[in-house]
Design a protein around this ligand. Structure first.
Ligand SMILES: *Cc1c(COP(=O)(O)O)cnc(C)c1O
Length: 353
């Protein structure tokens, strides 16, 4: 890609670092190239002594970082003459799978726990024409079923067990290096299936040989198998995208943290909601609760005096707040004033100033 040329998507930009051939048809929605925003007001408000940058991967085409892996997985599926893709999901992965499959002319089958379907979180997936199965079971059951079906039929499993997911997702690390000039001291992100933290760590190791960041991973208090050290049968957290009791990339996630000298920490629902409101109100960035959970973790560490002046932190904002819009309304009821005319508005304004 030459200077001044339009962004070609992550395969076009970083193809030399990815397992691609010239013959592979590229299925892209021009994902990647997401903004890295300096979050000064937020850092000051929470007393963070390090500089804070938000890598806003919520601004990928379907609203989450999953698009980085999906462009490569669906391109490969097409190259391998698959008839379709199959995706166990809590909403974001299947939304991405459905969109890229639509563009490729492939069928898409999505499997989600019943409660995820009931609460409308598969709507985006359905709009793109995917076939949705509501599974009476957990996300882990969805994964097991999808693996079994993919083995028998000409369907490609597109989740973090597909090795191409990691290759695509590691490009977020490349972009952070390109945007900052070098990796930050710390990289913070939410951890569900463990795929993304594994991918980013791999990406930094490949791309930034001299200086590597420490990886900080965050899980919800009731869904923290990697911290508790054992699988959880009924994981609970407000952050639905990381409500996973038996992560597929268990060891990869632990290795990323250990090799980099980072850590993993739990965050409560209340801490997640507080962080979600802070970043929206102070920086104009609307994250989903999973994206906000990593910020909640940073706030917690910051209060413990973890960060030092001169350091910097890259926070990976994984998913868009519009995915889960009703939570915003629940979290912010006090911002609505009911009025009938300009006079009433004017009176209300006086009280609000
Ligand atoms: C998928 C997802 C995660 C978790 O990533 P893993 O690779 O499963 O650890 C976090 N946040 C959002 C918004 C996601 O869609």
């Amino acid at each position: 890609m030459k200077h001044g040329e339009p962004w070609p998507g992550i395969i076009g930009k970083y193809g030399q670092y990815l397992p691609v051939t010239k013959e592979m048809p590229v299925v892209t929605l021009l994902e990647g190239n997401t903004p890295l925003v300096c979050a000064q007001r937020l850092a000051r408000q929470v007393g963070l002594r390090a500089e804070l940058f938000i890598k806003n991967d919520a601004l990928n085409p379907t609203g989450s970082f999953k698009d980085r892996g999906m462009t490569l997985m669906v391109s490969k599926a097409l190259e391998e003459h698959a008839i379709g893709v199959i995706c166990p999901s809590l909403g974001n992965a299947s939304a991405s799978a459905a969109a890229y499959a639509a563009r490729a002319g492939l069928k898409c089958f999505a499997l989600a726990p019943e409660e995820v379907v009931i609460t409308g979180q598969m709507a985006q997936t359905q709009v793109h024409g995917a076939h949705v199965f509501a599974i009476r079971g957990s996300y882990d059951d969805c994964t097991a079923i999808a693996q079994e079906i993919a083995a028998d039929d000409r369907l490609v499993l597109v989740n973090s067990l597909n090795p191409y997911a990691m290759h695509g997702q590691k490009t977020a690390a490349f972009e952070i290096c390109d945007q900052l000039g070098q990796p930050p001291t710390y990289v913070a992100l939410p951890v569900g299936d463990g795929g993304n933290i594994t991918a980013l760590w791999q990406g930094f190791k490949e791309y930034a040989k001299n200086r590597l960041p420490r990886m900080l991973g965050f899980q919800g208090t009731g869904a923290a198998p990697l911290i508790d050290g054992q699988p959880i049968a009924k994981p609970q957290t407000l952050a639905t995208a990381i409500r996973i009791g038996r992560p597929s990339n268990w060891q990869g996630a632990l290795d990323a943290v250990e090799e980099s000298g980072g850590l993993m920490e739990k965050v409560t629902d209340d801490e997640i909601v507080a962080a979600y409101q802070l970043v929206a109100g102070l920086e104009g960035i609307f994250l989903d609760p999973s994206g906000a959970s990593a910020l909640a973790g940073l706030v917690k560490l910051s209060r413990q005096g973890f960060f030092k002046p001169g350091e910097n932190v890259g926070l990976l904002a994984t998913g868009h707040g519009l995915k889960d819009g009703y939570r915003a309304a629940i979290a912010q009821p006090s911002t609505v004033v009911y009025v009938e005319n300009a006079k009433e508005v004017r009176r209300a304004l006086k009280n609000l100033r």
